[in-house]
Design a protein around this ligand. Structure first.
Ligand code: TXA
Ligand code: MG
Length: 328
């Protein structure tokens, strides 16, 4: 298995590979996806095996345009049309009632399906060349950090992928916002770059947040928040507590991911600095966590970012990445 530069030729090859039941990793604007023909049960099963993902975790079906939604979903509400017109192509997955003929392997046995039109030229070219839905979870092993570069996919999945299309580093860096429009009221199921307030403005409706999502962000004990975690224990730390923690734990090898503030350097602590800008921070977050994870450290300190809405997706992922230090 090797990495192919994404060109019109390799994209055609990748579409052919998908038609033959193969697995193709490809870039999107959020993270790299592990793609398979969303109508081919055998190919879909390979995704679950490659990721070591439980079969009841549904996959997002990627499409080249909103016009194709009719082939996958039924009872599409006006709210979906409004969001599609305003945002698509976009880092936004929409959950709708599935058509009866849609494969339950892709929906994890549920009667709803997640659909998304990604805003990335390589993903869109691949989707057009393939002509139908591509199921694509993030191209990482289950519970690990999502890949934002082609080399990360290789590290995560190696030979279980048939082709990796390289389209450079992902621009957004955290997974898409997920909104559920299959019920009576819109529900936000995952925070992403498109914020709840933006969705509410377009819909002119309140978007509800289920308790489980709220709890994962406020870091309540008892949550099984095992996603997006580096293998090194990671811990959120307020800027004022960081120097004391580093200076009193000299026996530990540690890393620090800072957010806007400058910290002095220490022999036992590798500092990686990110700016207090949520767009740039998100773009780099997973790659920097991977770098720190590779250093064989005892602990990764993560400076707590601001708590405003534009940081919500980041704070949600950090809460999950630092679950080791929370009580279960
Ligand atoms: O940004 C993204 O969405 C990336 C790129 C590759 O497009 N994909 C991604 O897929 O993050 P994945 O499988 O790692 O996350 C999909 C999430 C899962 O948490 C899954 O439970 C949820 O979407 N999901 C999918 N279908 C669903 C459904 N019918 N009902 C509820 N949740 C669903
Ligand atoms: Mg994922």
């Amino acid at each position: 298995m090797s990495i192919f530069n994404a060109t019109s030729h390799t994209i055609k090859q990748a579409a052919q590979c998908l038609r033959g039941g193969g697995l193709v990793a490809f870039p999107t604007e959020t993270v790299y996806g592990l793609g398979a023909d969303a109508r081919n049960s055998e190919a879909l099963k390979r995704i679950f095996i490659a990721k070591n993902r439980p079969q009841d975790h549904p996959l997002i079906v990627h499409l080249a345009s909103f016009e194709q939604f009719d082939a996958w979903a039924c009872d599409i509400p006006d709210s979906a049309v409004m969001l599609a017109q305003h945002f698509f192509p976009a880092p936004l997955a929409i959950i709708l009632k599935k058509r009866p003929d849609i494969n339950i392997v892709v929906t994890g046995g549920q009667d709803t399906v997640a659909l998304r039109v990604p805003n990335h030229p390589v993903a869109l070219d691949l989707l057009r060349a393939f002509g139908d839905g591509i199921a694509a979870p993030s191209a990482n092993r289950f519970c690990r950090i999502s890949p934002t570069q082609a080399t990360h996919v290789l590290q995560e999945l190696g030979d279980s992928v048939d082709m990796i299309l390289d389209g450079g580093a992902c621009q957004i860096g955290v997974e898409s916002t997920i909104i559920d429009l299959s019920g009576d009221h819109p529900m936000l199921l995952r925070y992403g770059q498109i914020m709840r307030s933006e969705l509410e403005k377009v819909l002119n409706l309140n978007v509800l947040i289920p308790d489980a999502l709220l709890k994962s962000t406020v870091r309540t004990a008892g949550m099984m928040a095992t996603h997006y975690a580096p293998s090194t224990p990671a811990m959120l730390c307020e800027n004022t507590a960081i120097p004391h923690f580093i200076e009193t734990n000299t026996q530990m090898k540690m890393g620090l991911l800072s957010c806007g503030d400058a910290f002095s350097s220490y022999a036992h602590c590798t500092v990686i600095s990110l700016p207090a800008n949520p767009i740039i921070y998100a773009q780099n977050l997973y790659a920097k966590l991977r770098e720190l994870d590779a250093l064989d450290l005892d602990v990764i300190l993560v400076q707590t970012p601001p708590q405003t809405e534009d940081w919500e997706a980041i704070n949600d992922r950090l809460a999950k990445a630092t679950h080791h230090f929370r009580e279960h």
